[in-house]
Design a protein around this ligand. Structure first.
Ligand code: NAP
Length: 282
């Protein structure tokens, strides 16, 4: 990793830069360009997934940036589609990701969604084996509820370092967060800008004006005010990259943190989840 002090969160042996670039819906040349620019300007963390269909473009952006592989944290995810969670298919899928990304390893390999068709007793050991083989430095999960994580941990002989879930000011994840904290698993916030909804909230706008920053930065600063979280805002717009990264330096008062924290309604999910989503904790 570069030693630039833009904050690292640690879980297991993983040191994860707190703010990464999300790439869902970044496609084609825009994806290549934004990944390249992000790495050039100092982003140290990129998030992609097989399901995003952009691993080749992410890989091309990495290559064009000229930034060495060991200088940034790279995550991809395996989708349950086509029973890829079957151990052998899962391993083949991981290898295909590395090939498309044109890298020797990723830093974090996630199961993108739980999949009741294939038991975690099969998929988690396969994931652990990929880590031991060096294809990924660390493993984690995404969209897992507490029960899934309890089950997954039974079969993991390496740490599960992350659960990547929806998180932003309009959703409560208190129960899940407390559980993850107890188990030294970071909450990785996806859709941290509520896909743009934070821009229209009066309280967030008012606090942003006071700090002379953007609502995006306030949402990210609020998420990152808790040392057990990382965030991966997506942008395909190079003009938004620097501001999002600079959110790491925005400090909110206790009163502001509480005001933003009170925006969430219980179970107030903002993002449409697929019908195979699990029962969420609240
Ligand atoms: N594990 C999962 O199941 C899962 C699910 C969803 C997402 N994710 C990951 O999380 C990442 C982020 O989540 P997301 O894409 O759902 O939503 P998000 O990051 O909350 O919001 C992205 C939206 O905000 C806009 N935006 C970003 N920065 C901005 C800025 N500074 N000013 C104005 N607009 C800005 C983007 O448009 P522009 O591109 O025009 O800037 C885009 O429309 C994804 O890309 C993906 O990597 C994971």
């Amino acid at each position: 990793m570069r030693t630039k002090n833009y904050n690292i969160r640690t879980a297991g042996q993983a040191n994860i830069p707190v703010l990464g670039l999300g790439t869902w819906q970044s496609t084609g040349q825009d994806c290549v360009d934004v990944v390249k620019k992000a790495l050039e300007m100092g982003y140290e963390h990129i998030d992609t997934a097989q399901a995003y269909g952009n691993e080749k473009e992410v890989g091309e952006g990495i290559k064009q940036s000229g930034v060495a592989r060991d200088k940034f944290f790279l995550t991809t995810k395996i989708f349950p589609d086509d029973m890829k969670f079957e151990p052998e298919k899962l391993k083949a899928a991981a290898k295909k990701s590395l090939k498309d990304l044109d890298v020797e390893y990723v830093d974090l390999l996630l199961l993108h969604w739980p999949d009741d068709r294939v038991p975690l007793s099969e998929t988690i050991p396969a994931l652990c084996e990929l880590q031991k083989q060096g294809l990924t430095r660390h493993i984690g999960v995404s969209n897992f509820n507490i029960d899934h994580i309890i089950e997954a941990k039974k079969y993991a002989d390496v740490p599960i370092v992350v659960n990547q879930v929806e998180f932003h000011p309009f959703i409560k994840q208190d129960t899940l967060q407390a559980f993850l904290n107890n188990h030294h698993i970071l909450l990785e916030a996806y859709s941290p800008l509520a896909r743009g909804d934070v821009f229209d909230n009066d309280i967030i706008k008012e606090i942003a004006d006071k700090h002379n920053v953007t609502p995006a930065q306030i949402s990210l600063a609020w998420i990152l005010s808790d040392k057990h979280r990382v965030a991966i805002p997506k942008t395909s717009n190079p003009d938004h990259l620097q501001g999002n990264l600079d959110a790491v330096g925005v400090e909110l008062s206790a009163e502001e943190l509480e005001k933003i924290g009170s925006l969430a309604s219980s179970n107030g999910r903002k993002i449409e989840h697929p019908d195979y989503s699990p029962e969420w904790d609240d």
